[in-house]
Ligand binder design. Structure first.
Ligand SMILES: [Fe+2]
Length: 129
């Protein structure tokens, strides 16, 4: 059983998938069940560089930064994507990032949570309330 917006990873090949619509089946990759990722948050070690933080900016937009101390953005260690998710889970906005990019994105979405994926430290989340 999968639920909308869950993320699953293959421990063998590294495939990372997001569920678009709920389903009854089990996700399998490389012949093995995929692992459901649980985002870490403010209770986790390393939060200063990983938990998304939110700034209201001009034109009613929100800038999402990773994190309160900027996360490294080098080949060996970087934020691979940031995803803003409306609190009713009906809208998302995903931005892929690459080494040397700023670890941030701007979105029009309101009342959001954000998730980010670090190539070393995995999935993290934060909310703007
Ligand atoms: Fe990291």
């Amino acid at each position: 059983m999968t639920e909308r917006l869950e993320m699953y990873r293959c421990e063998i090949c590294g495939n990372l998938v997001e569920v678009i619509l709920d389903g009854a089946g089990e996700l399998v990759c490389c012949g093995e069940p995929m692992t459901l990722l649980h985002a870490r948050n403010n209770d986790s070690e390393g939060l200063e560089k990983h938990v998304p933080v939110f700034d209201e900016i001009q034109d009613n937009k929100t800038k999402i930064r990773v994190g309160s101390i900027p996360h490294p953005m080098v080949n060996e260690h970087y934020v691979m994507f940031i995803e803003a998710v409306s609190k009713d889970n009906n809208e998302t906005h995903l931005k892929y990032l690459y080494p040397a990019d700023e670890p941030e994105m701007v979105t029009d979405l309101k009342n959001i949570a954000a998730r980010e994926f670090c190539n070393i430290h995995g999935l993290w989340e934060g909310t703007n309330d």
